[in-house]
Each structure stands twice: as structure tokens, then as C-alpha cells.
Design a protein around this ligand. Structure first.
Ligand SMILES: Cc1cc2nc3c(=O)[nH]c(=O)nc-3n(C[C@H](O)[C@H](O)[C@H](O)COP(=O)(O)O)c2cc1C
Length: 173
């Protein structure tokens, strides 16, 4: 006999409570990054993300997703370059600073211009300088696929995100 699960079609998609979805996805531990770009008038723009992942080795592609309603959406849509700054363990305050809307997220933040002048945050565990390769609509987010143009890695321990909490590698920050 076929199980009920096996016979579910996409058209019958059941309601999934967003809180349940968030809780369940929170079981998947990730790193944390700040993606940066420049606005049309040259202002630095950045936001905290954990949707970053690898896609392809040849060509070298990575992805992340941005909420369509994010204030920084237009800047990432207009500019074809971005930097993924993978945060190190001691950068949890930076993570929080870039996870809420603000006109001045870069106040007190050390950075250097990278590819096409895009800010590279000082002290990050790694930088991936990317050109936008493709954009794919995904519900209330847009998936941005980037081609890696330059990269830089360090030995720094990463900042982690698990069940809605920022953690260091030993479970604490
Ligand atoms: C750990 C963490 C991960 C996040 N990941 C994402 C993400 O992958 N995509 C996204 O659109 N927002 C994500 N956010 C929320 C954004 O950082 C937040 O909405 C921020 O205000 C966006 O920048 P903006 O207000 O300048 O648009 C995340 C927040 C936190 C704390």
C-alpha cells in the first residue's frame, strides 16, 4: 500500500507553520557571513546571512539568498559584484550590527576596498570576492549565485549559528 506521504503532490502542499519551519531549520548548524556591496551612489552596503553555501567547483560558484523585502535588496540587485565575508568567532557583535536595518551599519567597522571597491571586512575568517552569475526567484527570497573571482582564507575559528543562537566552536561566545 502507498503511504500518504508518497502520494502527496505539490498542489496538495500542506500548511507549514513558519515557527515550526524556523525551529526545524535551526537544527542545521551553519556559519555566518556578512555580504557586502556598494549602492548605486557608492555607499557601502552589508547584511548578515547564514544562507551561504557552495554550488560548483568548476566553475567556482557559491550562493546565498536575500529576502525580497530587505532594505539592502536593491543594492545587491543593481550591483553585479559582492564580497562574502565569513565571520570569525570574535565577530558576533559585527554579526548583530549587520542584522538590523540601519543607515550607518559601517560606523566603527574596519574594512578595505576589494573587487570593484566592495568592502572587505577586516578580521573575517575568509573573503570570497564574487561577480553575480545568476539570480533565481525562490518564494519570498531571491537566490543569488556568484562566481568566485578572488578568495582569501585564514586559520581563524568560525562564528556559528544554531537554533537561533550565535555560538563559538566550543558552543559558547
Ligand atoms: C544569523 C543570521 C542569519 C541571517 N541570514 C539571512 C539570510 O540568509 N538572508 C536574508 O535575507 N536575511 C538574513 N538575515 C537577516 C538580515 O541580516 C537582516 O534582515 C538585515 O537587516 C538585512 O539587512 P538590510 O536591513 O540592510 O536589508 C539573517 C540574520 C541573522 C542574525
Amino acid at each position: 500500500m502507498k503511504s500518504a506521504e508518497a502520494s502527496l503532490a505539490a498542489d496538495d502542499a500542506p500548511f507549514i507553520d513558519p515557527a515550526d519551519l524556523r525551529n526545524t531549520l535551526g537544527c542545521f548548524a551553519t556559519g555566518v557571513a556578512i555580504v557586502t556591496t556598494l549602492s548605486a551612489n557608492g555607499r557601502p552596503v552589508g547584511m548578515t546571512i547564514n544562507s551561504f553555501n557552495s554550488v560548483s567547483m568548476d566553475p567556482p560558484l557559491v550562493l546565498w539568498s536575500i529576502a525580497r523585502k530587505a532594505p539592502s535588496y536593491d543594492a545587491f540587485h543593481a550591483n553585479g559584484s559582492f564580497v562574502v565575508n565569513i565571520l570569525s568567532e570574535h565577530q558576533h557583535e559585527l554579526c548583530l550590527q549587520f542584522s538590523r536595518p540601519s543607515e550607518d551599519k559601517f560606523a566603527g567597522v574596519d574594512f578595505e576596498p576589494g573587487l570593484n571597491g566592495i568592502p572587505q571586512l577586516t578580521g573575517a575568517a575568509a573573503h570570497l570576492e564574487c561577480m553575480t552569475h545568476d539570480r533565481v526567484e525562490g518564494g519570498d527570497h531571491t537566490i543569488i549565485i556568484g562566481r568566485v573571482m578572488r578568495l582569501q582564507a585564514s586559520d581563524a575559528m568560525p562564528l556559528l549559528f544554531h537554533r537561533g543562537i550565535l555560538r563559538g566552536f566550543d558552543g559558547r561566545i
